[in-house]
Design a protein around this ligand. Structure first.
Ligand code: ATP
Length: 568
């Protein structure tokens, strides 16, 4: 990534030119001031008028330059944030498996801002500062080289004092940035997982962990405050020192008649004018280093591999099949080994087996979240990669209990991802088909009811039925039902299975099943254990031939009976 994209380069260039010109005008002002004071008798009020015009021109140029610069910077930030976000939304899912969402978000927001600050503030201050320093020092030497020598001798001393202070301040500012990011993401995580915190009575430990972050931030803030408290009086001291030297030495010269009052006054103005650019010089290099770091991080994000969008074969209804599919998430530990399964059109196919066996991984592969290592996933006898990825995912509706509800209203959730506008009547029909209309109508805000983060204001069964309604609206040909391991109560389970069965009529279903009720009436059941398919058939066939399946079912029955006994 270039620090500034070409179309912003011109905008930034124009803004910098105006700022530099305004600095040049600033350099001229003390010279005109000298003329106004020393040549009063010969020039009349012409110099005062010129001074007034110069002040006005400088003020106008400075505000125009800084606004143009800020505008270019903001436009660049907007473009970079949008570009990277767009890129990442199409990135391979495997990239996100190793990322903390909050950190990624903070990089996209904060790093772009670091680059903006560098471009709009530091570079401008630096360039304008160089013009002011070179211009002022030249003017000073021309005005009176002896007085200039006294001043220039004091300059290294000022830089020597100011630079370490501003370097330490920079260091703490960076640490503060990290500290704020850490404290913010810690807080966000704790509030997001508040149920986990409460259920594990982890309030006190969470509080201690968060307090630890706050105390670190407090210590860093104190150090930054200390540096701020030291730096302002130091700069003032240096300034008064310079003014005192000029007054003492210059005053003597004025008394002796070897220096004009006008020259002395313009010297003083130059001293004040030099202060800002000198400060700017010392912060420039630290901000350059920060910008480099931010650019490197954003570059890696921009180079993250994106998903293969597939070919453009016609997607007509057809059967889906896994043929000798082998897959591993990390290229080392195989999760699926030579898996072969057939999902005929309009049939209900269940995948069952021990926990961690790879059932949800099969769903991931059907959704094309990851490419297979060997073997093929075929649709209508062609490799799935022959079909356009977007159209492919539009043909599938995923119903699960986890991560499938967004913060927002019921309406937002139902229409999530739909490009067309949907009428309230269509939403209500979908809710009715999912058996949820009566409950939603009973909410005071109806379709506009806020569901909370991850749908915390809804029950588990309601969340699943919202997704079933979403599948109706999506009019998906294939339904993937990744059943939650957590049990719903009998009533909720009944409601979900009634609306699900209705949804599955005339549709193809792939069900990762845990409950006996879902398994029993599947057309084909695949038993997945130790990364292999070890059995396939109807429930009755597997009960007769597959010992592990039989044990699996018997355990389920015992579990259900136990639950029934425990429920009063
Ligand atoms: P359960 O019935 O408990 O939901 P499952 O049969 O659906 O289990 P999967 O979720 O497919 O099992 O997980 C199979 C294995 O793959 C597990 O060992 C898990 O640790 C691993 N795994 C799952 N997702 C990832 C991932 N994104 N990256 C690396 N490994 C993963």
């Amino acid at each position: 990534m270039e620090v500034a994209a070409p179309r912003f380069k011109t905008m930034i260039g124009v803004a910098q030119l105006i700022t530099v010109l305004s600095s040049a005008v600033g350099v001229a002002i003390p010279l005109v001031l000298k003329q106004a004071i020393d040549g009063r008798q010969t020039t009349g009020f012409r110099m005062e008028l010129a001074l007034l015009v110069l002040f006005l021109v400088q003020a106008i140029m400075e505000s125009t330059g800084s606004f143009l610069m800020a505008r270019a910077g903001e436009a660049q930030v907007l473009a970079t944030r949008s570009r990277i976000t767009h890129h990442l939304l199409f990135a391979n899912k495997s990239f996100f498996d190793h990322q903390v969402g909050d950190d990624l978000a903070s990089h996209i927001v904060a790093d772009t801002n670091t680059i903006r600050e560098f471009l709009t503030q530091n570079v401008t201050l630096f360039v304008a500062g160089i013009v002011t320093i070179v211009g002022s020092v030249t003017a000073l030497i021309i005005l009176d080289w002896r007085l200039s020598l006294v001043m220039i001798a004091a300059l290294p001393l000022a830089v020597l004092v100011i630079t370490p202070i501003s370097n330490v301040s920079e260091k703490y500012a960076k640490l503060m940035q990290d500290g704020v990011a850490q404290a913010t993401s810690g807080l966000a995580e704790s509030f997001r997982t508040i149920e986990l915190v409460k259920a594990n009575t982890a309030e006190a430990t969470t509080n201690r962990r968060l307090d630890h972050n706050f105390k670190r931030l407090y210590r860093l803030s104190l150090r930054t405050d200390l540096m701020d408290a030291i730096s302002s009086p130091t700069v003032l001291l240096l300034l008064f020192g310079a003014v005192a030297v000029i007054f003492l030495y210059g005053g003597q010269r004025v008394a002796a008649g070897t220096l004009s009052v006008g020259t002395l006054m313009s010297f003083l103005v130059y001293v004040f004018q030099l202060l800002n650019p000198l400060g700017g010089l010392s912060t420039f290099f630290a901000s350059y280093a920060r910008m480099k770091g931010a650019t490197a991080k954003l570059n890696t994000l921009e180079n993250v591999a994106v998903e293969d969008t597939g070919g453009d074969a016609q997607l007509t209804p057809g059967p889906l099949a896994f043929r000798d599919v082998t897959f591993s998430y990390d290229g080392q530990r195989p999760i699926l080994n030579d898996v072969t399964l057939n999902i005929p059109l309009n049939k209900k196919v269940a995948i069952v087996g021990p926990s961690g066996g790879g059932k949800s991984t099969i769903v991931d592969l059907i959704e094309r979240f990851y490419p297979v290592n060997t073997g093929t996933i075929a649709y209508d006898d062609r490799n799935v990669t022959a079909y356009n990825l977007t159209k492919w995912r539009q043909a599938f509706a995923l119903v699960s209990q986890d991560n499938n509800i967004i913060a927002g209203t019921i309406r937002d959730n139902l229409t999530f991802g739909l490009e067309r506008s949907v009428t309230d009547d269509a939403l209500k029909t979908a809710l009715n088909q999912a058996g949820l209309l009566a409950e939603v109508t009973a909410f005071p805000d109806g379709l506009n009811t806020d569901v909370g983060e991850n749908g915390t204001l809804l029950s588990g069964g309601q969340k699943q039925r919202i997704q079933i309604a979403r599948a109706y609206l999506k009019n998906a040909r294939y339904i993937i039902f990744d059943e939650a391991t957590a049990n719903l109560d009998a009533d909720a389970e009944h409601q979900v299975s009634v609306s699900l069965n209705q949804l599955l009529t005339n549709r193809t279903a792939i069900i990762v099943a845990h409950r006996l009720s879902t398994i029993v009436d599947a057309d084909i059941i695949y038993f997945l254990e130790n990364h292999h398919i070890t059995g396939c058939g109807t429930h009755d066939q597997l009960m007769a031939t597959h010992a592990t399946y039989r044990r699996f079912v018997n355990e389920q029955i015992i579990h259900v009976q136990k639950q029934a006994k425990e429920t009063p």
